[in-house]
Design a protein around this ligand. Structure first.
Ligand SMILES: O=P(O)(O)OC[C@H]1O[C@@H](O)[C@H](O)[C@@H](O)[C@@H]1O
Length: 272
């Protein structure tokens, strides 16, 4: 089986990453945007809106948008930054060796550099950087490793998030453990930043349980637009808000990266 196949997602070029055990992921080059993750049993774990633009005219509504270098409207740049609306390059792919020496998880690595940015975004954020996103799938696990490299001669500051749209049967039944003393139910709407979270959260949604582990990322954002705000979003069907909750490992307060330094954040999801 090929680890990597060229694919299309709507009108967007994409790659499909396949592990020998059947686990799969689809990532568009536009945004290095993970739009589908199926664990080895074939279950899909990510929500993607039926109304999402899939032509590069705006960010994809669903999957895992990469938020960088600005979170939401906390700055003067593009809302949630330029990474999700830039064309990344596939720079590596392959298969990891499993415990028994057999083919294990499959991975693909994507990169974004200043020359990849839309001109206006490059002008507005004139720093020399390299972003890398490594997506690994195998068994019941998804791992995303996000790296920021400062290749310039001066420091720069950034915020970031992996804005993960977890697919659920009914958002009103979903609960998140680990953010508060009691389980967090998803209000209609809910938009909250949790600073300094513990590294392991659990999402319980119907019969499914996802274990969410993050390091490097200090914070987590939980978002669901609820009925009224969903109706106002042009790229979401009115009732689709019931099918996802976003839990986003994040660095909200801008982090300063010195010249020559790099930063890495990991997000691992285990489906149960
Ligand atoms: O519509 P966008 O730009 O994808 O943002 C979606 C949501 O993203 C979340 O991360 C924010 O906390 C919300 O405030 C925001 O509405």
């Amino acid at each position: 089986m090929n680890t990597i196949a060229l694919a299309a997602f709507g009108q967007l070029p994409a790659v499909q990453v396949s592990a020998a055990d059947g686990a799969q992921a689809v990532i568009t080059l536009y945004g290095a945007h993970l739009v589908s993750w199926q664990s080895a049993g074939g279950a899909e774990h990510l929500f993607c809106s039926a109304k999402s633009a899939l032509d590069g005219s705006r960010a994809i509504r669903g999957g895992v948008p990469v938020v960088f270098p600005q979170f939401n409207e906390r700055g003067r740049g593009l809302r949630h930054g330029f990474a999700r609306v830039s064309d990344w390059a596939l720079v590596d792919s392959g298969t990891e060796v499993g415990k028994d020496g057999e083919a294990g998880a499959a991975f693909a690595v994507f990169a974004l550099e200043p020359h990849d940015l839309p001109p206006a975004a490059a002008q507005a954020w004139p720093h020399d950087f390299l972003l890398q996103l490594r997506v690994t799938v195998g068994g019941d696990k998804l791992a995303m490793a996000f790296e920021v490299h400062n290749r310039g001669a001066a420091p720069f500051a950034f915020s970031c998030a992996l804005h993960t749209y977890h697919l659920v049967d009914q958002v009103c039944d979903a609960r998140i453990d680990g953010l508060r003393d009691a389980a967090l139910a998803i209000g209609d709407p809910l938009d909250e930043i949790f600073f300094g979270v513990q590294p392991r959260l659990t999402l319980r949604a119907g019969a499914a349980t996802l274990v969410l582990e993050q390091d490097g990322f200090t914070d987590a954002v939980v978002w669901n637009p609820g009925a009224a705000n969903a109706a106002a979003l042009v790229d979401l069907e009115d009732d689709e808000y019931q099918r996802f909750v976003c839990i986003e490992p994040a660095v909200i307060e801008p982090l300063t990266l010195q010249a020559g330094q790099q930063w890495r954040g990991n997000y691992r999801i285990t489906a149960g």
